[in-house]
Design a protein around this ligand. Structure first.
Ligand code: PMP
Length: 381
């Protein structure tokens, strides 16, 4: 036996666990990680090079620890697009929204505390909870993948979590959450912890730019325990940049300073993100194309005969595949045709990310061929 992880004195709760990660296979069409399929436009690439060159001249110094210029520009972007005015002191940035979530859990949860999410949802909420020593509670979701306020509220009342995650649009289902639902869960979370400083409610809006509905950001008004988290990985087509951010009451921004590493956001990251923000309009133009493609995928998948969950994101959940392991079998059959989609482990369902029109055509052709084969088999049986 070779020496392995379990021979090390690792924390008990990490023993036997596997790291997060979608299988990355070398196939022609990869529609499995909800990335934006469009590379950054060349003028933006040039602008990044310019900004990074400037930053490079000062790399002997630590970066702006408070990322003031970047947070100011992020605040400007939110104010412009989310219909609610935020400023520098409402915004905090980190290396991807995963790091934002980690900082929130380090600040408001951790050992002896708990966090809840309504599953199926973004699995990293649970994994980062575990990594920060936070107890994870898997809350319920309805049959149609919306959040049932009564059931979710009951879970909150029972467990009295310190942190509540609401993902809208939700990953992997694509489901948007109504503002009224968020408000009801916020109230439930505060009253469950009555007599304390309450619970933090994190609205994860990683995909909100693709939504048919407006952002939930205005809900932070008068609700200091509500945090909206965002990312440049999806709409801005910059997953490789690693830039996430949050908007909340300034006290939340002050609080996360207690756990952030000094100089966590490199000067190169700040320069690159600032360049991307200068090109917001072009990048949001791609988002419009992707929304059209997402809607086309929904329509065509339904026409082929699949069930499709209503999607407000840049991906679509489709099924149903009945029987144990049936979804995974279809995943493999689609892969055999050169298209990688995602099996998130939701029984009966798979998820496909909206790609370029050509990539989506390749995917649709693959699933059409599958359906045809299946109906031929059924007829001959
Ligand atoms: N939230 C949700 C719901 C996501 O799906 C993702 C990425 N898959 C993230 C947050 C994290 O994104 P990033 O760290 O790239 O900002």
């Amino acid at each position: 036996m070779t020496f392995g992880i379990d021979d090390l004195p690792i924390r008990d709760e990490l023993r036997g666990k596997s790291p997060y990660g979608a299988p990355q296979l070398d196939v022609p069409v990869r529609l499995n990680t909800n990335e934006n399929p469009y590379p950054l436009p060349e003028p933006l690439v040039e602008r990044i090079a310019e900004r990074v060159r400037e930053a490079a001249r000062e790399l002997n110094r630590y970066p702006d620890r408070d990322a003031v210029e970047l947070r100011t520009e992020l605040a400007r972007y939110l104010t412009r697009t989310a219909g609610y005015e935020v400023a520098l002191d409402n915004v905090w940035a980190a290396n991807g929204s995963n790091e934002v979530i980690q900082q929130l859990l380090q600040t408001f949860a951790g050992p002896g505390r708990t966090a809840i999410g309504f599953e199926p949802s973004y699995s990293m909420h649970g994994l980062i909870s575990r990594g920060t020593g936070t107890g994870w509670i898997s809350g319920p979701r309805g049959e149609d993948f919306t959040i049932d306020v009564a059931a979710a509220g009951a879970a909150i009342a029972e467990h009295r979590p310190d942190v509540v995650f609401v993902t809208s649009p939700n990953n992997p289902t694509g489901t948007a959450v109504e503002a009224d639902t968020v408000l009801a869960l916020y109230e439930a979370a505060q009253s469950a912890r009555a007599g304390t400083a309450g619970a933090i409610v994190v609205v994860d809006e990683a995909y909100v730019e693709f939504s048919h509905r407006p952002s939930l950001l205005p809900l932070i008004e008068g609700r200091p325990n509500l945090v909206v988290s965002r990312t440049m990985s999806k709409a801005f087509g910059a997953a490789g940049l690693r830039l996430g951010y949050l908007a909340a009451h300034p006290a939340v921004v002050d609080a996360v300073q207690l756990v952030r590493l000094p100089y966590h956001l490199s000067a190169v990251t700040q320069a690159t993100a600032l360049a991307a923000l200068e090109h917001t309009d072009t990048l949001l133009g791609y988002v419009e194309q992707l929304k059209t493609e997402r809607d086309r995928l929904v329509g065509e998948l339904r026409a082929i005969g699949y069930e499709v969950t209503e999607s407000d994101a840049n991906f679509v959940q489709f099924g149903r595949f009945d029987g144990e392991g049936a979804a995974h079998e279809v995943w493999q059959q689609i892969l055999d045709r050169g298209v990688l989609v995602r099996d998130n482990g939701v029984p009966g369902w798979l998820r496909v990310t909206a790609g370029t029109p050509a990539e989506n055509d390749a995917f649709l052709e693959a699933v059409r061929a599958l359906m045809k084969e299946r109906s031929e088999k059924e007829q001959s049986a």
